[in-house]
Ligand binder design. Structure first.
Ligand SMILES: Cc1ncc(COP(=O)(O)O)c(C=O)c1O
Length: 377
């Protein structure tokens, strides 16, 4: 049985509601990094094979979290943006091709497609405010659409999309589905096979409770060799480690996207963080997170002068709740919350709260009390 108080001994008085930005680490990740530092100090990389074993466990955990068919389908990358760039600059675009995105995407999942303008690729942005955003996204696909790139959960409004429906619709239309899963992976179950996506990517520093600088890229097996590579080095070779060999070819696995030495420090931390999520289990994580979002949502809905942004339906949300206090500028309220040790974010014209499955009830109650005081003023 995991002792959550022990795993998250955060500073007294801190109200950490910012997992949609950068999450705190659990104790086991901090301890793994401390032990790794000590090992480096004492014996350097003498026990490198052990490190490779940790890295292999990390890949296995990521494979399970994504429900990827094989460990060969996942690559370790720097971040979500890098993986998106691998897709955008790897596909063989034809003049006039189109990409469908939403008009709420985080810059990483917009800019990368707009950067294809030099190949005459057009980007269509679809609003998600209608009653049926999936239908709107699919309707925007036409004979020229090659790819739909969408966040599983929108970073500001918190809107969660029906990925299976999008996957099915894209498949019927011969459109590749690329999912930015950073706001879902680690918060709710996520399944690359159910969603029939071609590509999915996420970073470790949000809901996965890891450090910045290490993410995951899933590339469907049949598409791996269709992505032109732009980064080369020793590590991405089929025969990596055979340094005397003169002939080479890219690895047949997704390691072909990993050009050089791995981020071993990040791997040590993320492997430990994921072990916690796996011990608790994603269904339980999702349930606990949903309960915390309900507490915040219901608490805020009772307060006068509060406007809740985003869709309230459980199937339309994950771990993000955005609201406004009154109808003016929100930055003053945001600063006041920050002063009161509520760690949150200013996003999409409102204040964004993002608890995680372990967030204590005390944090929710105290935050609601603070907002109540501010709404009265
Ligand atoms: C939806 C979404 N995509 C991408 C990113 C950025 O990811 P990365 O820093 O891993 O490239 C964020 C960060 O907030 C995000 O919310």
């Amino acid at each position: 049985m995991v002792e959550l108080h022990d795993e998250f001994p955060q500073a007294p008085g801190l109200r950490y509601l910012n997992h949609a930005a950068v999450a705190p680490w659990p104790r086991r990740a901090a301890e793994a990094v401390a032990a790794f530092a000590q090992q480096n100090l004492a014996v350097g990389a003498r026990d490198y094979p052990q490190w490779l074993e940790t890295e292999r466990r990390l890949r296995e955990r990521l494979k399970r979290l994504l429900n990827a068919p094989s460990i060969a389908d996942v690559a370790l990358v720097k971040n979500t943006s890098e993986a998106l760039s691998f897709v955008a600059f790897g596909l063989d675009w034809r003049e006039g091709d189109e990409v469908v995105i939403s008009d709420e995407e985080f810059p990483s999942n917009r800019v990368v497609w707009e950067a294809l303008q030099r190949f005459d690729v057009q980007v269509r942005q679809v609003g998600l405010k209608g009653d049926d955003p999936e239908a709107d996204l699919l309707q925007a696909c036409n004979g020229r659409t090659r790819l739909m790139a969408i966040s599983a959960v929108q970073y500001a409004s918190g809107l969660r999309l029906d990925l299976e429906r999008l996957g099915q619709g894209c498949e019927q239309r011969g459109v590749l589905l690329c999912i930015d899963a950073i706001q879902q992976l680690g918060a709710l179950p996520f399944d690359v096979q159910d969603s029939r996506c071609a590509f999915a990517m996420a970073d470790g520093h949000k809901w996965l409770l890891g450090p910045e600088g290490l993410g995951v890229f899933y590339c469907r097996r049949d598409l791996r060799e269709r992505l032109t590579l732009h980064e080369y080095g020793w590590h991405m070779l089929e025969h990596a480690g055979d340094y005397d060999r003169r002939e080479w070819e890219p690895a047949r696995s997704a390691r072909r996207f990993e050009c050089g030495s791995p981020n071993m420090l990040g791997a040590v931390a993320l492997e430990a963080s994921l072990s916690l999520l796996e011990e608790v289990g994603m269904p339980k994580v999702a349930r606990a997170l949903g309960e915390r979002i309900d507490v915040l949502r219901e608490g805020l809905a009772r307060l006068p002068g509060i406007e809740l942004l985003g869709d309230a339906r459980p199937e339309r949300r994950a771990g993000i709740l955005t609201f406004r206090i009154g109808d003016g500028e929100q930055s003053g309220h945001f600063e006041a919350l920050k002063q009161a040790q509520v760690v949150c974010a200013l996003r999409g014209g409102g204040i964004r709260l993002s608890p995680h499955f372990y967030t204590p009830q005390r944090v929710l109650d105290e935050t609601l009390d603070l907002v109540r005081g501010m709404a009265r003023r």
